[in-house]
Write a protein that binds this ligand. Structure first.
Ligand code: KG4
Ligand code: ZN
Length: 339
């Protein structure tokens, strides 16, 4: 079965082709250059840019897979959450193709895509076994989920304010590092001392697995105001910032592993491309005897292959949401975890 996946929930226009659950091609057109000058994603520009690029991205994904629309058996598209104008572009194109070609169409939750992305590098028979704990950390999301069975997810906690990627991006902006800031901090931090500056780590008592980054952001802003950094100071500062953010994620994840008894941990979303986070999570796994699975960086950031993979079982089972499927900017994910 050939599945065409589409993803346009934020600022990446992406299409991918999967054959029988195996990744054949994945094309991502980044809008970083469009939003860079503004230091963050401008929703109206994002949707306009999706409109401009989406057909070329689909054509490229089909061409790289050496298939045409005639070979496609079903379409999986992100239906939420995300920027509503951006979501509507991918969904409308998906509906247009489905209608014209008489193809089944399923709407996919973006976070389910991130949680399953690790399977794109594995054989379909060797998918990460359920149950597993999933940490999704990106520019739009920071949450911990217990994946109990396919389609059955429980939310242990999420951010009360910014997503961790947003925190990376905003403090990077404070330091004048450009957008997106996460990769810039990661790069600079490699030659810096993570213990140079001790930034606060938020610990929430109620909602134990919730995260919060607003206090941290203010602390960095105040530090930079009081100690304007010279270029030589930036590596130490970046390493200290990264260490604080990574600490918050590792401590909360460790507690969630203890509480759930999960034997596998999947870390995904754009921030899981971070080198320090990958190392620290691998160490955590060794300490606890937990298998840690982190997709390769290209599969951590937004892509359509993960959306195609998440939609594939439903398409293979003959399901279709049809043309009635709607975009939902705040599409909820997972029932509340009750322990
Ligand atoms: O998953 P993603 O591509 O898009 C969203 O769904 O948001 O994540 C983008 C986010 C940005 O905030 C970016 O700064 C962050 O992921 N990011 C990183 C790294 N690479 C991307 N953050 C820290 N270190 C990195 N190496
Ligand atoms: Zn994402």
């Amino acid at each position: 079965m050939v599945v065409l996946g589409l993803e346009s929930s934020c600022d990446d226009t992406a299409a991918a082709v999967l054959r029988d659950g195996r990744l054949v091609s994945s094309v991502v057109s980044s809008q970083d250059a469009v939003h860079g000058p503004y230091g963050g994603v401008v929703p109206e520009l994002a949707s306009r840019h999706h409109v401009r690029t989406v057909l070329a991205v689909i054509d490229a994904a089909l061409a790289r897979a050496e298939v045409t629309l005639d070979d496609v058996n079903g379409i999986a598209v992100t239906r939420g959450p995300g920027l509503i104008g951006s979501l509507l572009v991918g969904l409308s194109v998906a509906k247009g193709i489905a209608l014209r070609r008489g193809l089944p169409l399923v709407g996919v939750h973006h976070l389910e895509g991130h949680l399953l992305a690790a399977n794109l590098d594995r054989e379909p028979g060797d998918a990460v076994a359920f149950p597993f704990l999933g940490l999704v950390v990106s520019g739009g999301h920071s949450g911990l989920y217990l994946a109990r069975r396919p389609g059955d997810y429980a939310c242990l906690g999420k951010t009360r304010d910014d997503a961790v990627g947003e925190a990376f991006d905003k403090v990077a902006k404070t330091l004048g590092l450009g957008y997106p800031g996460g990769p810039a901090i990661d790069r600079l931090a490699r030659s810096g001392d993570p213990s140079a500056v001790r930034f606060p780590r938020a610990r929430l008592k109620r909602g134990r697995f919730d995260l919060s980054f607003s206090g941290f952001k203010t602390a960095v802003w105040q530090y930079v105001r009081d100690h304007p950094p010279r270029p030589d100071d930036l590596p130490d500062l970046a390493a200290s910032i990264q260490e604080a953010l990574v600490d918050m994620l590792v401590v909360t994840t460790a507690e969630a592993l203890d509480a759930t008894g999960a034997e596998r941990l999947v870390v995904s979303g754009g921030v899981s491309a971070n080198r320090r986070l990958r190392t620290r999570m691998a160490e955590l796994g060794e300490e606890r005897g937990v298998e840690v699975i982190i997709p390769r960086p290209a599969l951590c950031t937004d892509n359509a292959a993960m959306i195609a993979l998440a939609g594939w079982p439903r398409l293979a089972a003959g399901e279709s949401d049809g043309l009635a499927v709607e975009a939902d900017a705040a599409l909820p994910f997972g029932v509340a975890w009750s322990g």
